[in-house]
Design a protein around this ligand. Structure first.
Ligand SMILES: [Zn+2]
Length: 160
């Protein structure tokens, strides 16, 4: 068997495994606040559906359906070399799902730079403002009050 065939075999094994993981993902019981599902990584209500490969604007985890039941696995899909467990820990420390040694992704999700490389905006500060608004939402009993704060969050999210 040639190297190319070996790679094809490995790719097929990985693909079968990955699709198998997706198929066994529970499709009900996802936690939701109003119109927003909680992200499985940062646990904030950032997503308009679950398991739909949306990227969370807050933590940057791509929602490929991985969840608590298989959180320790590195599935090697859109979240590359990250397990959900590691990404959750990274978010708790740095407000991004990426590890600091993953310099490119880490920097682009924590700072904004001008073309000459100067840091123009600290995305972590904006993320903290958003998190404070989510915490505020949790205190509001009225859905229309919450809707207004969700709208404020959408405006802030455009800056990150
Ligand atoms: Zn998230």
């Amino acid at each position: 068997m040639t190297t190319k065939q070996n790679n094809e075999e490995i790719n097929k094994l990985w693909f079968d495994f990955y699709v198998g993981q997706l198929a066994s993902t529970p499709k009900t019981g996802f936690k939701k606040i109003d119109n927003y599902f909680l992200c499985t990584c940062c646990h904030f209500p950032t997503l308009i559906n679950r398991g739909g490969f949306d990227i969370c604007f807050l933590c940057n985890w791509e929602d490929d359906g991985q969840d608590d039941y298989n959180a320790d696995l590195v599935l090697g899909g859109p979240n590359q070399s990250y397990s959900l467990t590691e990404s959750r820990q990274n978010f708790n420390h740095y407000l991004t799902s990426y590890r600091p040694s993953d310099t490119y992704h880490f920097e682009r999700t924590t700072t904004k730079k001008s073309k000459d490389g100067k840091i123009t905006s600290d995305l972590t500060e904006i993320k903290k403002q958003i998190i404070n608004k989510y915490i505020f939402i949790a205190t509001l009993d009225n859905i229309s009050d919450r809707k207004k704060v969700f709208s404020d969050i959408s405006k802030l999210a455009k800056k990150i």
